[in-house]
Design a protein around this ligand. Structure first.
Ligand SMILES: Cc1ncc(COP(=O)(O)O)c(C=O)c1O
Length: 436
C-alpha cells in the first residue's frame, strides 16, 4: 500500500503494528471468498446451504482444538468474538465468589485482569526491573493461603514480547489443583501451542492477531465446564425450551453461544489455524528469531532510545521503547507521517505493566489516573514496534533509519500539533489520502 508522506510523494507502508492486528493472510482471504457465496444460517435450517454452513462451523471447533493441542474427548472450542470476550465468559462461568482468589501477573493485558477482578480477589505476581518473573515467583504465590482457584497468565506479553515459562508454571499450578488459564492472544500467531503437553486447562485467543480478520476468537476449555450452569449471554440458540418462568439450557457448546454466530469469521479463524500447521513452524520460528535480532540491533543504534523489558532474543518480535525528549505519540506520528511506518504508542492496554516498565512512582500513577479522569491526553507511555511472519528484515531496517532521523531532528516536532485524542497530527492538513 502506498501512503502519502509529509513533504510530498508517497512511500510503501511498513506495518510494524502487527501485535495489535495482523492483516488477513492470502489463504484466509481465499477461504472467505470461497465460503461467502455459500454462507447461510447455522443450526436452524434443513436446507443444503444451512447444512453446509453448520458443518463448516462445527468442523472449525475440531480445527481449533487441534491447533492448540486439546483433546476433543475432554475439551471443546467456543467461538466468542475475541480474547476479551472469551475471558469475560470464562470468569463468569467459573462461578467465582469474593472469597475466591485468582492468581495473575503484573504483565497482563487488561483483558486478563478486569474480568477476573469483577468476580474474585486478585493476587498478583509482580515483575522485576526487566519486566519479567520466574516460575519460582509464581510457585511462591501459589503456595500462599488461601490457595487460588485459578491461575491466569499471558502466553506472551503484548508490550515486550516476553514469554513466561508456561510449562513449568502450569505444572506447578496443576500439582496444587489450580485451574490454569492462558491468554494466548499474542502467543497463538507466533508459537505452536500444545495445551495437553503444557498442562493448560483453558486457553483464549483472537483470530485478528493470527492472520484472520476481526470478529472471531476461541475459548478452548474442558467440556464439563460449559455443560452445566447459566451462560453469560442468554437468548436464542442457547436453550432447549423457554416459558415465562422456566428455561432448559442447551448442551455445551451451544449453551454459551446465544444469538446468531459469526460463521464467516469462524471459517476465517479456522483457515488461519490450518495455515499455521506443524510444517510451517520451523521456518516461521527461524524468521521471527531473525526479525527479533534485527529489531534489537537497529534499536541499539538510535541515540537516546531506551528499551523497556528484557533484552532476550527468545521472545516475540516486539519491542517497546522511549526516545529521550520526544513524546511517545510524537515518535509514532513522525514514523507514520514522514516514513510511512505504522507502530503503536501509549500503554498498550497494560497499564500496571507499563507503570512498572516506566518506573512510575505511586504518585505518578495517581497523577496518571487523575489526568486520565480529567480527560488529559498527554499521558505516560512508550512506542511499540511489532513484527510477524509478513515482516521482512528490510522493514525493520527502515524503522532503524527512521528512528535515527527522528532522533537527529527534534526541531521537526514543530511541524505537528497534539489533537484532542492524544495523537500528533501534521500542523498542515491534507495527508489523509491512502492509495491502494
Ligand atoms: C496479550 C493480550 N491479551 C488480550 C488481548 C485482547 O485481545 P482482543 O482485543 O482481541 O480481545 C490483547 C490485545 O492486544 C493482547 O495483546
Amino acid at each position: 500500500m502506498q501512503v502519502p508522506v509529509l513533504g510530498g510523494g508517497t512511500r510503501t507502508y511498513v506495518d510494524l503494528d502487527t501485535a495489535a492486528t495482523s492483516p488477513a493472510s492470502a489463504a484466509v482471504a481465499r477461504a472467505v471468498a470461497d465460503f461467502l457465496p455459500r454462507y447461510s444460517s447455522v443450526h436452524r435450517g434443513a436446507g443444503a446451504r444451512s447444512q453446509y454452513a453448520s458443518a463448516r462451523y462445527e468442523g472449525a471447533r475440531d480445527t481449533l482444538l487441534g491447533f492448540v493441542g486439546a483433546d476433543p474427548a475432554t475439551h471443546v472450542a467456543l467461538f466468542p468474538r475475541n480474547t476479551t470476550e472469551a475471558l469475560n465468559v470464562l470468569a463468569f462461568r467459573l462461578g467465582l465468589t469474593r472469597d475466591d482468589v485468582v492468581l495473575t501477573t503484573a504483565v497482563e493485558h487488561h483483558a486478563n485482569l478486569l474480568p477476573w477482578r469483577r468476580h474474585a480477589r486478585l493476587r498478583v505476581v509482580d515483575v522485576d526491573a526487566a519486566g519479567t518473573f520466574g516460575p519460582e515467583d509464581v510457585i511462591a504465590a501459589l503456595d500462599q493461603r488461601p490457595v487460588p482457584r485459578v491461575l491466569t497468565l499471558t502466553g506472551a506479553s503484548n508490550v515486550t514480547g516476553w514469554l513466561p515459562d508456561l510449562g513449568r508454571i502450569a505444572t506447578a499450578a496443576r500439582e496444587r489443583g489450580v485451574l490454569v488459564v492462558v491468554d494466548a492472544a499474542q502467543l497463538a500467531g507466533h508459537r505452536p501451542i500444545d495445551i495437553t503437553a503444557l498442562g493448560i486447562d483453558v486457553l483464549a485467543l483472537s483470530g485478528h492477531k493470527m492472520g484472520a480478520p476481526y470478529g472471531a476468537g476461541a475459548l478452548v476449555g474442558p467440556r464439563d465446564l460449559f455443560s452445566s450452569g447459566e451462560p453469560l449471554l442468554v437468548g436464542g440458540g442457547a436453550v432447549r425450551a423457554v416459558s415465562f418462568d422456566d428455561v432448559v439450557w442447551a448442551d455445551g457448546p451451544d449453551r454459551d453461544e446465544a444469538g446468531s454466530p459469526n460463521v464467516l469469521g469462524v471459517v476465517a479463524l479456522a483457515a488461519a489455524a490450518e495455515e499455521l500447521g506443524p510444517e510451517v513452524w520451523p521456518a516461521l520460528l527461524g524468521h521471527e528469531r531473525a526479525l527479533t535480532a534485527a529489531l534489537d540491533a537497529e534499536l541499539a543504534t538510535v541515540p537516546g532510545l531506551r528499551r523497556l523489558g528484557p533484552g532476550t532474543v527468545d521472545r516475540l518480535p516486539v519491542a517497546a521503547f522511549t526516545l529521550a525528549g520526544v513524546p511517545h505519540a510524537l515518535v509514532a506520528a513522525r514514523l507514520s507521517h514522514e516514513h510511512a511506518i505504522g507502530v503503536r504508542s501509549g500503554c498498550f492496554c497494560a497499564h500496571p505493566y507499563m507503570s512498572r516498565l516506566l518506573s512510575l512512582t505511586e504518585d505518578e500513577v495517581r497523577r496518571f489516573h487523575r489526568d486520565a479522569g480529567a480527560g488529559r491526553v498527554d499521558l505516560p507511555g512508550a512506542v511499540r514496534a511489532s513484527a510477524n511472519r509478513g515482516t521482512s528484515t528490510a522493514d525493520v531496517a527502515a524503522l532503524g533509519t527512521a528512528l535515527r532521523a527522528i532522533a537527529g531532528t527534534p526541531e521537526d516536532a514543530d511541524r505537528y500539533r497534539l489533537d484532542e485524542h492524544g495523537q500528533y497530527v501534521p500542523a498542515a492538513p491534507s495527508l489523509t489520502v491512502v492509495r491502494g
